[in-house]
Ligand binder design. Sequence first.
Ligand SMILES: CC(C)(COP(=O)([O-])OP(=O)([O-])OC[C@H]1O[C@@H](n2cnc3c(N)ncnc32)[C@H](O)[C@@H]1OP(=O)([O-])[O-])[C@@H](O)C(=O)NCCC(=O)NCCSC(=O)C[C@@](C)(O)CC(=O)[O-]
Length: 268
Amino acid sequence: MNAVDEPPVERLVRGEVSGGIATITLDSPRNRNALSVRLLGELRDHLDRALADDGVRVIVLTGTGPVFCAGADLKEQRLGPGAAKDAPVTASFPEIMRVIWESPKPVICRLNGTARAGGLGLVAACDFAVAPDTASFAFTEVRLGVVPAMISVTVLRRLDPRAAAEYLMTGETFDAARAQEIGLLTRAVPEADLDRTVAHYAGMLLRGGPEALALTKRLVRTVPAMPLEEGMRRMAELSAERFTSAEGQEGIAAFMEKRPASWVPREA
Ligand SMILES: CC(C)(COP(=O)([O-])OP(=O)([O-])OC[C@H]1O[C@@H](n2cnc3c(N)ncnc32)[C@H](O)[C@@H]1OP(=O)([O-])[O-])[C@@H](O)C(=O)NCCC(=O)NCCSC(=O)C[C@@](C)(O)CC(=O)[O-]
């Protein structure tokens, strides 16, 4: 078969950029967007592209079908004859969660539906997570005899500790209202309001200064772990830097002049 006759490669992840927002869509509904090696590779490529694109200010991660993500691809993890001897999902998944967690651009998870296990590691890595109120959630790992190890790094930074013990240790299914209550979701909303809610958060994020937003994302993650005195000192330094930055001065000038801020970098 020559190159012309080759069937087109089916993509498992799609990406599009519009109005400063990169939308990355897990598009493997047949296996409920399970985290196969190929899907993870494509997801990483889309994330890298969105991060490198100066026109992108906000990233939205979503999926197609009834499920946002069913976790590790269990077909790939089943070690039949001739299969890999290690667990394929461990090669790239932790790095993808780290890239999302540390992305200077805010990441909104728009859950199109239910999520399980590894899928919840992705949800927890994102800064915002909005889901339909019909979605369900479970950390199913222990019931499979495996451990929610990789995802614990993001999940345990979000979840109320009592709820973490309850749901990670029992594997019990819980609903979207409970997921919001325990810190896994930003909002659970009626399905009809999903896009409006995501657009609301994205719109609010686009209004902020890009550098200020990246720094604020970092401090949300790091300041709670800082000793009090060090936190006060370092944050006073950061605050002083920001008041005198080009972006800070533009934001203040725009307020005083009653006009929208222009976040194009200027000479200080
Ligand atoms: C998600 C629901 C509720 C949707 O429930 P549903 O919508 O009723 O869909 P379904 O169960 O009928 O599944 C539809 C198709 O998707 C496939 N499918 C579905 N999930 C997977 C999967 N993970 N891997 C591979 N294939 C999967 C499933 O096998 C089936 O394929 P078919 O029989 O039609 O050929 C249900 O499908 C389900 O319970 N799936 C299993 C979820 C699960 O237990 N995942 C655990 C993954 S282990 C993991 O993530 C470990 C990790 C990464 O956290 C470890 C660590 O952090 O260190």
